[in-house]
Structures are given as structure tokens and as C-alpha cells.
Design a protein around this ligand. Structure first.
Ligand SMILES: Nc1ncnc2c1ncn2[C@@H]1O[C@H](COP(=O)(O)OP(=O)(O)O)[C@@H](O)[C@H]1O
Ligand SMILES: [Mg+2]
Length: 394
């Protein structure tokens, strides 16, 4: 066939078959480069993909295959191909002098030799270019209107295909992010359950086990008629029952705050601080509307921080501060206690931390789920600050 009058419909139909049936984008590009080269009687065709930052990367070429190793990469806006990608309009050149040595090598050019080119952008319905197809002929020639038209039709199909490929990649990334969020939610839930289990084990279960032991002893003593010993055992059992009741109540209070539910975060924090025995806890918090899950998470973080102050810090005083900065909320708990070596950096994992580490890890998980930032500043002997910021919530 005369290369000047390509059979456009046959070319487009052949390209469409590759575009719609071949799963691998680079194979599609290689075959399209071959079809265009043959239909337009050119020496070859390079197919560049446009990356997110606008750089062009050589993804396929005909007749020389793309070799393994570092791909030919043209910075955004570099040369004619970069301009075609940026402006989205085709360009035909009779005497092109590509500057990139590997580019020249791919085109089979000797030093100083010019080349005739036809660059067409691949884009979807006027959107940004996703690829550039660049035909070349070492014999000087003009790529005319019919050839441009045929090449552009093929490039439009490639644009659609590259767009779909990019959309699929984005979808996969979103799915990966979603999986990570779900894993993080499950991990936070599990850590919380382990903490509750540990609290119940240390407090309630131990008390009830001893209580049962005293009641058994009383039972045996009753058979022996030793009323004095029975009375002693019953008294011990009663005080253990009281202890178990107290532990259960505080576990329940720790698990659920009616004040938080009814009156909001500021009131919830104040009520929680009032229930603390030991260090003086000051609360500096004004009320402002927050989504329920954000209030609950911040309350839990404050609760864990305050528990840590009570359990570990030996502090005289701690301050819980809740503030709003534009659309961002900030919760900060500061104590004047012993401080500790914070493992890792902010948003950390806490392997190898002293203590159980569940508290800090759960805090980090909660903050991660909110899309916020956790910063823990502490030095042995210099007190501790736990700071959580969550953007775009108020
Ligand atoms: N405010 C604090 N002051 C001093 N040490 C702290 C404080 N908060 C946490 N820590 C240290 O970090 C460790 C880990 O805390 P956490 O993850 O809450 O676990 P746990 O409280 O179960 O020990 C604690 O055991 C303690 O050594
Ligand atoms: Mg703790």
C-alpha cells in the first residue's frame, strides 16, 4: 500500500483489537508502534508513557525492542515529545535532532543525522496526555494530514487504554489503603481487648479466685464446727467481694463514659479527671462539635495517657488541654513526672518498650485511623507530653 495514504479504518480496527483484548499495556504499545510503523511506511515508532510528575518514560518501541535495565526517561517538558505531552497537540517535523544520546541510538541515527518525526499525544477526550507516540523516518519526509489523522485516531485509543490502566492502578492503591485501614482498626480493637482482658485478670479474676478459696475454707470449717474460723473466712471473702465489685465498677467506668455520650468531650474529660486518685489533673477544654468517633477516640487517648500518668509517672500534676485551630483539633496531655525513653519516633510502633506497650500502641493505632498525628515528647526526669492533632474535623 502507498504509505502516503494509509488505510485508516483497517489500521484503527487492528489497533482497537490490541487495545481491547491485550491485558499488558506494554504489549499493546509495542503492537500499536508496529502497526503504525507498517501502515505509515515509517522506520519505527517509540511509545512513551507520561508519569504522574509529567516525565516521559519509554515503554515500548518498534522495531528495536525496549531493552531491560534503566528505561529512557525524558524530564517533563523535555524536547518535542515533552511539549507534545504537555500541550496535547500533534507535531510533525522534517528535520528533528533529538538531543538525548540514547534516544538517538534508538532511532539508529549517526552523529548529526536529522530525522523526520511525527509525534502524537495519546489522551482521553481532551484530558491530560497519558502517552506520546513518536514515529520516525530516517529518509526525509513530511507526515501529511492523512497520516496525522490516522496516527491520532490510534493514539486516542491508546489514550483511553492508558487512562483505564492508570484508573486500575489508582483503584488498587485505594484498595491497599483500605486494607491497611481495616487491619489497623482490627489491631486497635484487639489491643483494646487484650488491655481489658489484662485489667480483668489482674483485678477481678484474682479477687474472685481468692474469694472462692476463703469460702471453701469456711465450708470445711463449718463441718468441723469451728465457728470462729468460719467467721474469719467469711470476713475475708466479703472484703474480696467488695474489692472485685470496685474493680468491676472501675473497669466498667473505663469502658464506657455516659458523660462523654451525653455532654460531649470537654465534660467527659472533666468527669474522667475528677475520678482520678493521685496526681492533680487539670482540664482546660472548651466544647465544640466533633464527629462522634473523633470524640470517642480522643477521650480514649486522654484516658490511657492519664492512666499512664497515674501508673508510671509519679507526677504531682497533669494537664489535659483540648483546643481547636481552624479545622484542626489538638489534644495535649502533659505531666511533670519521671518521663521515659520514648521508643522510636512519632507515630511509632512500640516493640521493646517498657511495660505492656499496648496503651501506646493502641493510641498510635487510633490516631492513624483518624488520619491524625501523634507526638510523644518525654525525657527521663523531665515529664511527658502526649500530643494528638487531627486535621479537618471541626
Ligand atoms: N506519662 C508517662 N510517664 C512515665 N512513663 C510512661 C508514661 N507513659 C508511658 N510510660 C512508659 O511507657 C510504657 C508503655 O506504656 P503503655 O504502652 O501505656 O503500657 P502500660 O501502661 O501497659 O505499661 C510504660 O510501661 C511506662 O514505662
Ligand atoms: Mg498504659
Amino acid at each position: 500500500m502507498d504509505p502516503a495514504t494509509p488505510d485508516r479504518d483497517a489500521l484503527v480496527a487492528a489497533a482497537a483489537r490490541w487495545v481491547t483484548r491485550e491485558p499488558a499495556l506494554t504489549v499493546v504499545l509495542t503492537e500499536v508502534a508496529r502497526l503504525l510503523t507498517e501502515a505509515l511506511g515509517a522506520d519505527g515508532c517509540l511509545a512513551f508513557l507520561v508519569e504522574n510528575g509529567g516525565d516521559l518514560v519509554l515503554a515500548a518501541s518498534h522495531p528495536a525492542p525496549v531493552t531491560a535495565g534503566a528505561p529512557l526517561r525524558l524530564p517533563a517538558g523535555f524536547g518535542i515529545a515533552g511539549r507534545v505531552a504537555a500541550e496535547g497537540t500533534p507535531v510533525a517535523l522534517v528535520d528533528d535532532h533529538p538531543r538525548h544520546p540514547r534516544h538517538r541510538e534508538l532511532l539508529g541515527l549517526s552523529p548529526g543525522q536529522p530525522v523526520s518525526r511525527l509525534y502524537v499525544p495519546a489522551r482521553l477526550a481532551g484530558g491530560p496526555s497519558t502517552a506520546v507516540l513518536a514515529l520516525h523516518s530516517r529518509t526525509r519526509r513530511e507526515f501529511g494530514r492523512l497520516e496525522r489523522d490516522a496516527a491520532q485516531r490510534v493514539a486516542d485509543l491508546v489514550g483511553l487504554r492508558a487512562y483505564v490502566a492508570a484508573a486500575l492502578t489508582t483503584m488498587r492503591e485505594h484498595r491497599d489503603e483500605w486494607d491497611a485501614v481495616v487491619a489497623s482498626a482490627v489491631a486497635a480493637q484487639e489491643a483494646e481487648r487484650r488491655r481489658v482482658a489484662a485489667d480483668l485478670h489482674d483485678g477481678v479474676t484474682q479477687a474472685i479466685a481468692s474469694l472462692s478459696f476463703h469460702l471453701s475454707a469456711a465450708d470445711v470449717a463449718l463441718g468441723d464446727g469451728d465457728v470462729g474460723y468460719v467467721a474469719e473466712q467469711v470476713t475475708a471473702a466479703r472484703s474480696l467481694a467488695d474489692l472485685a465489685l470496685g474493680e468491676t465498677r472501675s473497669a466498667i467506668t473505663g469502658l464506657h463514659s455516659p458523660v462523654l455520650d451525653d455532654q460531649g468531650l470537654a465534660a467527659g474529660l472533666a468527669a474522667m479527671a475528677r475520678g482520678v486518685r493521685g496526681p492533680r489533673i487539670e482540664v482546660d477544654a472548651t466544647d465544640f462539635p466533633l464527629p462522634g468517633h473523633v470524640s470517642t477516640s480522643l477521650f480514649r487517648i486522654a484516658q490511657e495517657s492519664v492512666q499512664n500518668v497515674v501508673k508510671h509517672a509519679g507526677a504531682g500534676r497533669a494537664v489535659i488541654r483540648l483546643t481547636r485551630h481552624g479545622h484542626m483539633v489538638m489534644l495535649r496531655i502533659t505531666d511533670d513526672g519521671t518521663g521515659f525513653d520514648v521508643p522510636g519516633s512519632p507515630g511509632f510502633d512500640v516493640p521493646g518498650s517498657p511495660g505492656s506497650g499496648y496503651g501506646l500502641r493502641t493510641m498510635a493505632e487510633r490516631v492513624h485511623l483518624l488520619g491524625g498525628r501523634l507526638r510523644i515528647e518525654s525525657r527521663p526526669g523531665a515529664g511527658t507530653t502526649v500530643e494528638v492533632t487531627v486535621p479537618n474535623v471541626c
